[in-house]
Ligand binder design. Sequence first.
Ligand SMILES: NC(=O)c1ccc[n+]([C@@H]2O[C@H](COP(=O)([O-])OP(=O)(O)OC[C@H]3O[C@@H](n4cnc5c(N)ncnc54)[C@H](OP(=O)(O)O)[C@@H]3O)[C@@H](O)[C@H]2O)c1
Length: 220
Amino acid sequence: MKEKSALIVGASGLVGSELLQILLNEGAYRKITAIVRKPLGIQHPKLEEKTVDFNHLDHYSEYFIADDVFCCLGTTIKKAGTKEEMTKVDVGYPLAAAKLSFENGASKFLVISSMGADPDALVAYSRMKGMLEQELSKVGFQSLHIFRPSLLLGNRKEFRAGESAAGFLFPLLSFLLVGPLKKYKAIQAATVALAMYRAAQSGKKGKTIYLSDEIQDIAQ
Ligand SMILES: NC(=O)c1ccc[n+]([C@@H]2O[C@H](COP(=O)([O-])OP(=O)(O)OC[C@H]3O[C@@H](n4cnc5c(N)ncnc54)[C@H](OP(=O)(O)O)[C@@H]3O)[C@@H](O)[C@H]2O)c1
């Protein structure tokens, strides 16, 4: 099989950093480009890091060349400051990365959305993720993989109160989340990362949406 190239945006995040390690250490890709806003501090013969200004991604079109593109971008309202800034990071940047890489020949795009994503949702966060999914579907990728995890678990560098409380409660209540409720179980960031890697190797065409329990199953 031809060795492929991968591109990742959001490689410094909770899921993205796990995914980057998998991309570097597994055999599917000969080259991995990480588009970052500050250096990752990682040296690896397969890794090519490109530092950019995310507000002007179109200035860096020549960096967006890869077979498979992984998007782990995202922020919180607390970090972004305003709804507009948050939408820029959660919708604008992923969409710009998708369009640039598609124009440069990428056939596959894998993105982390969220449980409950729906452009008509009442909750702003779910609506924003739904909008992203809707817009990505129009880009034209041969293969679009959308991951909708529940609460993410993992060793986050910063403290997020809501996430920590939920991360404590979810495992305690996990025994209740069976059958159709399985998709609400919290999930390890490393599991999402592994599922993304595996889905990229699956050869599936068209749009595929993975709910949290399906993400868990792929990674098992
Ligand atoms: N947290 C949850 O429980 C949960 C649940 C479901 C879905 N999700 C979604 O899953 C995805 C991944 O989550 P995560 O927790 O792994 O994310 P994260 O740790 O917050 O990482 C986010 C990534 O986005 C980058 N980023 C943030 N703001 C940026 C900006 N203004 N310009 C450029 N890059 C920026 C970060 O880069 P820097 O390191 O440079 O900041 C980092 O690489 C997100 O889309 C999130 O919405 C999260």
